[in-house]
Design a protein around this ligand. Structure first.
Ligand SMILES: NC(=O)c1ccc[n+]([C@@H]2O[C@H](COP(=O)([O-])OP(=O)(O)OC[C@H]3O[C@@H](n4cnc5c(N)ncnc54)[C@H](OP(=O)(O)O)[C@@H]3O)[C@@H](O)[C@H]2O)c1
Length: 305
């Protein structure tokens, strides 16, 4: 991907606004923190985009706001976008907006399957997703919440072999699914897992994240903000001074840096429908990530709130 300074400035991002975010004035998309996908070595920026609130249908005003968010995400160097058929019209909205912006080739699009009624239904759902997303290739196809995974996995492998899907994986955001999730991780050759992990919900670090590292699977973190709930918990408290030691200038960056600082984490996909949230969260793709001792300190601080 190549983002010109013109594109960068067109999205309203001069050195001034980056400085206001606490990012180094020099830091452009070319300086984004990236991590490798173990199965290929391809790298992705550590901050992606979650779109479970992009199902706005034909509402022109809402689409216009989301288009600005996507343009900013792209101008900042973001590539990975996570969607799903389950997110109402999100795939279709993204497909239209990405085509309007002409940015498909710069993106890494992840979507999901969730059919319980057999392989034919899974094939049909993938075809529908490619149509709605207006794409020939799906970068990552995941089984959503393990729904119908036994029938779905051979279909995903088939699409990958044929070349229309680049990577395959599974997702969850519920600790009660972890036992079955772990079993699928042991049985299947997956490129990615997607899982909830945050200062508030740390169970994934007990077995799943170490297993992903052992099995060479990339880890996409969802719900690093607990769906936004964690912001209510921190309220208007000031950030601790020591958060600056690993580049944090906001609570969002504090939370994202915690999740991304886990050695097995590849990237996080915060849900973002506002420009200021994109700007804020990309601070985590420019700063440093906390080491093990700093992450322990974050946990102790959070637990004492
Ligand atoms: N099982 C699964 O496969 C599964 C389950 C859950 C989620 N997911 C994926 O993971 C993504 C992330 O999960 P999520 O969206 O539920 O939760 P999340 O990322 O933890 O939180 C999103 C919320 O945080 C707000 N936010 C984002 N950046 C912020 C910032 N800098 N400051 C303050 N607030 C901020 C968002 O507001 P705005 O929208 O107003 O910007 C939104 O309300 C989803 O969109 C979806 O793609 C997958």
């Amino acid at each position: 991907m190549n983002i010109s300074r013109r594109d960068f400035n067109k999205a309203g991002l001069g050195a001034l606004s980056l400085a206001a975010l606490g990012a180094p004035a020099m830091a452009g998309p070319e300086h984004l923190l990236r991590k490798p996908i173990p199965s290929s070595g391809e790298t992705v920026p550590v901050v992606g985009l979650g779109t479970n609130r992009y199902g706005v249908g034909d509402d022109a005003a809402k689409r216009a706001l989301l288009k600005d968010v996507l343009a900013r995400f792209h101008a900042l160097g973001g590539t990975v976008i996570d969607t799903a058929p389950m997110y109402r019209s999100s795939e279709a909205v993204l497909g239209d907006l990405i085509a309007d912006l002409g940015i498909r080739d710069d993106l890494f699009i992840a979507t999901k399957v969730d059919r319980e009624d057999g392989a034919d239904a899974v094939h049909a759902q993938i075809e529908e997703s490619t149509r709605r997303l207006k794409t020939d290739t799906i970068d990552l196809l995941q089984v959503h919440n393990l729904i119908g995974w036994r029938d779905a996995m051979p279909v995903l492998r088939e699409w990958k072999q044929e070349g229309s899907v680049r990577y395959i994986g599974i997702t969850t955001s519920r600790a009660r699914q972890y036992e079955e999730f772990e079993k699928v991780m042991r049985e299947e050759d997956l490129d990615f897992i997607q899982i909830n992990y945050s200062l508030e919900q740390r169970e994934a670090a007990e077995r799943i994240l170490p297993l992903a590292a052992d099995r060479g699977m990339a880890v996409m973190i969802n719900r690093a903000f607990g769906g936004g709930r964690i912001f209510e918990k921190v309220g208007d408290r000031p950030l601790p001074e020591w958060a600056k030691d690993f580049g944090c200038n906001s609570w969002a960056q504090f939370l994202l840096n915690y999740a991304l600082g886990h050695p097995a984490a590849t990237l996080s996909i915060p849900g973002m429908t506002k420009l200021r949230h994109v700007d804020d969260n990309f601070g985590s793709a420019h700063g440093e990530l906390p080491d093990a001792a700093q992450r322990k300190r974050q946990e102790a601080f959070f637990d004492a709130l």
